[in-house]
Every structure is written in C-alpha cells, then in structure tokens.
Design a protein around this ligand. Sequence first.
Ligand SMILES: [Zn+2]
Length: 236
Amino acid sequence: MTESTLYQHGTLALLVPGLFRGTMRVGELMQHGDTGIGTLTGLDGELVMEAGKVYQVAATGQVRVVDPDELVPFANVHYADYTDAGTLNKLAFTDLQARLLELMGTQNAFYAVRIHGEFSHVHTRAVAAQREPYPTLVATAAAQHEFHADDVEGTLSGYFSPALYAGAVSPGFHLHFLSDDHQFGGHVLGGELADGAVQLQRFDDFQLHLPNDDADFKQADFTGSDVLDQIHQAEN
Ligand SMILES: [Zn+2]
C-alpha cells in the first residue's frame, strides 16, 4: 500500500502553541517516502524532498542539502507514483489552484501535486529559525522572509488536504517550490505558471505518526484552544 499512503509526522495543530522542536530524524522520515515537504526544528526554513534528496530553503533564501540527523517537527512524505494530468499555461496561482481542484474532481481526498515547467513569476516565503522559548505559530508567520523570482524553471510540489481533517492538517493546497538550478525556492504564496506539466497522485490511506514521547507534547493542553482560527491566521 506504499504508493497509496500519505505519511505525516506531527500535526499542524501542535505547531500553533509553539511546539517547534523536531521529534523525528530526517533519515527516519525518508524511510516512509521519497518525495515531500516539511520544516526543521524551530520552523527553520522550508523543506522540499525530491527523488529521495532533502533540500532546505532557509530564511536567507539559500538552498542546501539537509543532513539525515536533522530533526523535523512536522513533515509529509510519500512515494512518488504520479499520474500525468496534462499541461497548463498562463495561469495565476489562484486560478491554477482552481484548475487543479477541477482535475482532482473532489475536495475530500488527499492528493500530491507536482508541476514542473516555466513560471513567469514565483512568490515564496521561508520562516526564520525560532529559538526557545518558542513563540506561537501566528507570531512566527508574521516574521517570515519573502522572495520573488521572474522567469524561473522549476518544480511546484506539495499536497492538497481536505478541510474535514483540519487541525491534523492544513486544509487546502500546501505547495513548495524549488528551481531546477536549486538557487530559489520556498513555501509558495503566489505567482504565475507560464507553461507546466501537471502530475497528480491520490492517496487512499493517510498515516499519521505522532511525537508521543516528546515531553512538551505530552504536557501541552489543547482544551478549549482556538487551534483552527490560529491555523487560518498563520497560513493565509
Ligand atoms: Zn510550507
């Protein structure tokens, strides 16, 4: 069942009060997939996993290869087994998302999305590494670094997660970008696709792995907290 399984370590909700310390080694994470997205301890940058390699886009904008011993508080991976869904061109990011939803035909299934091609514009962010004691997710999002690139070739990749699993996941599209020359990337905020090949992969299984041995996670109290409101503020 490996190709039909989306594997996730951690939940988005546990980032809301600031549980940013990594609780799984990158090397272990990559035993559950060869493709994905995530972040490192302290929300240090934006990760892109591609063909078994793990890249970090740091808040400086620089891209580097991540060591297997580094830790993630939250990440998704899967084994790439995409279905070609044709080509799309001249689409702003919001229109692109609408077209992807049409191609998927449902908002209630997990999908991986991969678009390789030319982008006339890409607008990204990368969160700067936070130090303990960690701030809340909303406070962190306010301190992100933003980047812009014009006429760049690269890969847009990530996931669509259904709203009905909000809290465990970030509902909607969560896409990262990495240029072919590995000089530019990050968490995608906007842009425009010039011409790209679209690939989709639907998951019939969602495997949620939890940091149950982490002391801070054990003590965190989510009773009565407005987790979903804060996720919405941080991600939009
Ligand atoms: Zn992201």
